[in-house]
Design a protein around this ligand. Structure first.
Ligand SMILES: [Fe+2]
Length: 379
């Protein structure tokens, strides 16, 4: 079964407190100190507690913050990374007409690093007269979407396991903050693993997380050595590169049948901005190794035994990643209105799940900021 947290409520204390989630492989709930309800106004000591909790527990939940201002969300997010200069984690190309991200989110006018996500019509929010939000759907991204019958029976898919990052030019954000403002559904959904036949049941449109540290720890000694010695080369403008291609049924990578855009048909790009990142990133607080890769956006692997081109690289990455999305290894967050989830984007992979029906409604704010430096692997 998928992990679902059991949460108990306690009274506020003078300092921020951290409670590991029960019945989950990782994650924690944060109890705010008594002196503020706004996490942008934590003292240095309490921010350090939060910073360490995010790096140790990877996903933390701060409840009852539905009215958190976009300015507070931005300044809190920025505080996690002194090297960042304040630009949204994706470059402007993420709105490119061919990008697979083009329909994901709208910017808050007064704080454009904060994106508005969700489903359905939303009038008068943050000064925007009218918005039509659209939850991503695997139907337009997967090579073999579920049948109408499966969907009617409550099945869905992991949409795309990923790290939040432009993966071209900009460095991956350290954290992402995700605020559930209005999350009214109580419906459930099922996800079937097509290769193993396993199934999980979660809340509709839960956000799924997998730990890159657990992924690394569970590799064989041979694979650990391989991973520690491997560099991932991402495609230039990767979300445009993959736009004609389709994903595997588990959302971990793309099917290799030659549909990607030829490099000379991409928007202008330069070699110096192509991302070459280690396959393993070291957690600066715990010193643990995390297997961190965006399997849909890779272009090649530079391994200890030579270079792997696109198709082989995808097969290798899928083999290394797949065990780590098994039901007992993931945490699926069931959103309550007011939840602020902060996740260590350099230590977890995450995926949207689910699809809403015509009446479905959800409103969220997301913020991540490109870092000033790339993650490193400390061997
Ligand atoms: Fe994301």
């Amino acid at each position: 079964m998928s992990a679902t947290a059991t949460i108990t409520t306690t009274t506020p204390a003078d300092v921020l407190r951290v409670e590991p989630l029960a019945n989950a492989p990782f994650g924690a709930r944060i109890l705010m100190p008594s002196y503020t309800r706004d996490p942008a106004y934590l003292t240095d000591a309490d921010f350090e507690r939060l910073y360490n909790a995010v790096h140790e527990h990877l996903v933390v939940v701060l409840p009852e913050l539905a009215d958190l201002a976009p300015q507070s969300q931005y300044s809190l997010t920025k505080r996690f990374d002194p090297t960042c200069e304040g630009a949204y984690g994706h470059s402007k190309e993420f709105r490119h007409e061919k990008s697979v991200l083009r329909r994901d989110g709208h910017s808050v006018p007064e704080q454009p690093q904060v994106q508005i996500l969700g489903q359905g019509r939303c009038d008068g929010h943050v000064g925007i007269e009218s918005l039509e939000l659209r939850h991503p759907t695997h139907m337009s991204f997967h090579n073999e979407p579920l049948s109408d019958e499966d969907m009617a029976n409550g099945y869905t898919r992991f949409y795309r396991w990923h790290i939040d990052s432009a993966l071209y030019g900009l460095a991956p954000p350290v954290v992402t903050t995700l605020l559930g403002i209005d999350c009214p559904t109580t419906d459930r959904q099922k996800i079937r693993y097509e290769d193993s036949g396993e199934e999980i049941e979660t809340a509709l449109a839960a956000t799924a997380f997998a730990s890159g540290a657990i992924a690394f720890d569970n590799l064989s000694e041979e694979d650990k050595k391989f991973a520690l010695g491997t560099t991932v080369v991402y495609a230039p403008h990767p979300y445009i590169f993959i736009s004609p291609a389709k994903a595997t049924s588990d959302g971990l990578t793309m099917v290799s049948d030659g549909k990607e855009l030829p490099l000379d048909e991409l928007p202008e790009w330069e070699e110096s901005k192509v991302k070459r990142l280690p396959l393993v990133w070291t957690n600066p607080v715990t010193d643990k190794h995390h297997l961190q890769v965006h399997g849909c956006c890779i272009y090649a692997l530079e391994t200890p035994s030579g270079k792997q081109e696109l198709a082989e690289a995808r097969q290798t990455i899928h083999r290394l990643m797949r065990p780590n999305i098994s039901p007992e290894k993931i945490y699926c967050h069931d959103w309550d209105a007011g939840d602020l989830v902060i996740f260590f984007n350099r230590g977890v992979w995450h995926s949207v799940t689910g699809q809403f029906d015509a009446e479905g409604h959800r409103l969220m704010h997301q913020c991540n900021i490109a870092s000033g430096v790339d993650p490193v692997c400390k061997n």
